[in-house]
Every structure is written in C-alpha cells, then in structure tokens.
Design a protein around this ligand. Sequence first.
Ligand SMILES: [Fe+2]
Ligand SMILES: [Fe+2]
Length: 349
Amino acid sequence: MTLSLSSDATAIAVSPRGPLSAELLEVLTDRAPERAEGLPQLARDAVLVEDPITDDDVQLSLFLLYAAAYGSLPQFGAHWEWDVSLLTTRAVLERAFEDAVRAAAPMPETPEATRESVAAALFALTAPQPGPSLSHFVSRKADADQARELLIQRSIYTLREADAHSWAIPRLTGRAKAALIEIQADEYGGGRVERMHQVMFAEAMRGAGLDDTYGAYADSVPAITFASFNLMTMFGLNRRLRGAAVGHLAAFEMTSSLPCRAIADGLRRVGFGEDVTAYYDEHVEADAVHEQIAGRDLAGSLAEDSPELLDDILFGAAACLTVDGWASEHILHAWEAGRSSLREERQPG
Ligand SMILES: [Fe+2]
Ligand SMILES: [Fe+2]
C-alpha cells in the first residue's frame, strides 16, 4: 500500500513499513491528528525487535519524525515538530537506537584529553582498512546503473548534507564552535548557493537522470540507509549527545577524501560528465582540509575544553564507522551477489 502524502506539485509517496510508520504517516499528514496520543505506545512495541538499527519500521519512523523537524518532507505540517506525543515517540525510538549502536560500535582505547592525542586517536581509528570497499568497487567495476544506485542510496543524507551536524552548533561554545562553523561554512558553499554541497549533489542526481526531490527514493532504500542519516540527526538534535555529534563529523570527514576520489573516477569511467562528478571532485580537496580541522580544532579542542565529553566523542566516531560501514557493506554485498541494493518491492524507474 502506498500513501500519497499530499496533492501539491512536490508530493512524494512514502509507504509504511509496519504499524508505527503507518500510523505516523496518518498523523503527520493530518489525516488522523487525533491518533497522535497512541503513537508512544506503538513506538514502545516497535522497539521490541532484535535489531532496531536494521528494522524498517523503527528506522523509517525515526526518519519521518526527523523530517518533521527538518521540513524535508513539506507535506508534514510544521505544527507537529514540537508535539508532545511525537517527541515522546521520538525519545522512545532514539533510546532504543542509541542503546543498540552503543552495544555494536567497538570503542577505541581512550587517549589523553588533549588536542593532539584526540586527533591522533581519531586518525588512527579512521585509517583506511585493507580489503574490498564500496568506493573501490565503484572506481573499478560498477556500471552506470550501479553508479545511479549509489547516488540514490546517498541522497537520503546528501541532499541535506551538513544539516544534521549543524544542529550541534548552538550546543557548543568557544574553539569547538568556531571550528564546526568553519567546516559548515564550506559545506554550505561559503555564501554561494551553487557551491553548497547539497546543491551540488542535487545537480549530480539530475545529471545522472535521477529525481532530486527530497525523499523521492525513500521507498527504495533499506533501513540501514535511514539509520546512517538518523544516527547523525539524533546526535545533532540531542544536546546530551553533542560530543558524539562532533566525533561523528570528525570520522565522517576523515573517511571521505580518498573514497570520493575513487567514486569520481568511477563516475567518469562509466561516462558521466562534470555535472555528476563535480560533487565528488570537490570533496577530494575539501575533506582533506576538513579532516584536519575536525580532528584537531573541533574534536581535539572539545575534548581539551570539556574532558567529560571525550568518551562520547570517541563513541560518535565509532558509531559513524560502524553504521556507515554496514550501509556501505549492504550495497557492496548486493552488487557482488549480482543484485540491486535497493528494496526489491520498490525499485525506481
Ligand atoms: Fe561536503
Ligand atoms: Fe566536508
């Protein structure tokens, strides 16, 4: 069953993936606003699954609730953003998600809470690993359809690139805040809309013949793709997790430059032009700079100034590597098995 969310021109359809997301779609689109009060109990039932990180109903529901805060699915009225039943629902899902990620993410040894030690620990944690990787596959073997599939998978985050970590800006002070703003200013194009990374990614999607409307492929992506975006949004939106937001961004930037080079090479190899490759080419240089700022000035300074956040900085980095690692593995394993990484029942085109 597909629920059409709105009748306006940009309406996109999102299908439920279980009882909670089905009810949430009814409430968020104002078809059944009176049923909001029942959502927290549905959430308590929904999180009783073996793995909330890969559960479709849990991850889609969290994605929908965050969309109400971002405004990324305009069919969801802004009045739902601070609704107490929805906030309670979100807190239930976030608790289960966070607990599962804390249990899954292997923590590195704790360094000294100094700028250089923390940066060194994060660079060690994020050092390139030997063995097969998604970006290597894209560089050498992917065909044009698989390259498009990668853009579809990445669109859930990248059409909103940088927004998740921006929630953390007012939750920081001093050196860490200055460093985060320095990175984010670049992500948002330094005042030039056409240089905004999310705008460049939208152009890449259009250049590859894809729909750049936010959420156009929401029905196609697996739960782990939502989990990747939900993780950073959860860190950014919860003040108590600001250390994790910083660690997440540091790990994200530190693992971006080389894979982006490989992906840009792969996109060129299958025949895409500058409009599609520009986003990835931009990140080869930009993230080689960002990773230095993120490691020392952002994460290192935060640990030095607020040593009580050190464990969460490391947790955020480990969580990024774990969850994003699974999201990439999901795609790579599907391709190696000759399958699509998208959900079989809802492939685009
Ligand atoms: Fe970027
Ligand atoms: Fe960056």
